[in-house]
Design a binder for this molecule. Structure first.
Ligand code: 13P
Length: 339
């Protein structure tokens, strides 16, 4: 493990005013999103779409890292430049999703465990050769009647920690992502309770596996009301409970926290991140690692048509800029109307 390399990469990913673009949708997820917009699911369209995203003007001013899917790491832009090389040239660190997805956890109906540890050491070596400098692994925790179980929290945290140790061995920064889903009727108090426990168990396992905390980026979910909860907590409450939860569980050695958007609207995701960053004296860089909340408008505007490339790029550039502002606590909803 080269600590200097890991630390430099982690800091570049969450540099001031920058966040991470999650564009690592697996084939099934990408297909679902393309299908919903009537975009044909072909390798060429996936390449053209992602080319459109990463060549948007000014992206590197607000994005410090981009998470790619296996296929994209190996693809070339329309101009023939490999994706990782292009990203490096605009100051964006290329990364790679390495988990193999969340599968049903045996004996625990309604719960998932993320797979992908077998053969991971060899895959990481190849990804590093292809230009990846960080990796991502997403664990999924469901809130429900009597859920999550401790067994689910432990199994997922153990896998996250084993993955993180393997990444650091290969000099790749692990993004550690224990996502507590916002789907459900639960209130924000329950979201707080489960997120605290998920992070406690995760950091316990990271310590047991000897993961060097200065060389990770944490990707948590915000503490937020369930999407079907009758009472939706306001922006200030989400920010306050999220900061309280992180201060209780995340060691100050961790250089950066980059939230997932998890189904929040574009504007909510920006407003929440901004309100979190208005809290004083946060000991970590706190920013975004959004997928949907950065991309959904861009994908819709592009719609699979070359003629719409420019409007798609305007959309991704705008969300990157506004979330970059939110990462500094300088976002204002008035900015949504300005071009
Ligand atoms: P969302 O922001 O759409 O939740 O995606 C982030 C991500 O990378 C999930 O692993």
């Amino acid at each position: 493990m080269n600590r200097e390399t890991l630390s430099a990469t982690a800091h570049a990913m969450v540099a001031p005013g920058k966040g991470i673009l999650a564009m690592d949708e697996s084939h099934p997820t990408c297909k679902k999103r393309f299908d919903a917009l009537g975009i044909e699911f072909t390798e060429e369209n996936r390449r053209d779409y992602r080319d459109m995203l990463v060549t948007a003007a000014g992206l590197g001013d607000h994005v410090g890292g981009a998470i790619l899917f296996d296929e994209t790491l190996r693809q070339k832009l329309l101009d023939g430049t490999p994706f990782p090389q292009h990203l490096n040239s605009i100051g964006i660190v290329p990364g790679i999703k390495v988990d193999k997805g969340a599968k049903d956890l045996a004996g625990h109906p309604g719960e998932k465990v993320t797979e992908g540890l077998d053969g991971l050491r060899e895959r990481l070596t190849e990804y590093a050769e292809l230009g990846a400098r960080f990796a991502k692994w997403r664990a999924v925790i469901t809130i429900g009647d009597g859920l999550p179980s401790e067994a689910c929290l432990e199994a997922n945290a153990h896998a996250l920690a084993r993955y993180a140790a393997l990444c650091q061995e290969a000099d790749l920064v692990p993004i550690v992502e224990p996502e507590v889903l916002m789907n459900g009727e639960h209130d924000i108090a329950r979201s707080y309770e489960v997120t605290v426990r998920a992070l406690e168990v995760t950091f316990d396992q990271l310590a047991r596996q000897g993961v060097w905390l200065e060389g990770i980026v944490l990707k948590p979910s915000m503490v937020i009301s369930g999407d079907r909860c009758a009472e939706q907590a306001d922006v200030e409450t989400v920010a306050a409970r999220t900061v309280e939860c992180l201060k209780k569980t995340v060691p100050v050695a961790v250089p950066g926290i980059a939230f997932l958007s998890g189904g929040q609207s574009d504007e909510e995701a920006s407003a929440h991140l901004n309100a979190i960053n208005q809290h004083p004296d946060l000991p970590w860089a706190v920013t975004f690692s959004y997928g949907r909340a950065l991309q959904q408008q861009a994908m819709k505007s592009w719609g699979g048509a070359e003629a719409n490339r420019g409007t798609g790029q305007d959309a991704i550039a705008k969300r990157a800029r506004l979330n970059g502002a939110a990462a500094r606590g300088a976002y204002d909803s008035g900015m949504e109307q300005a071009a």
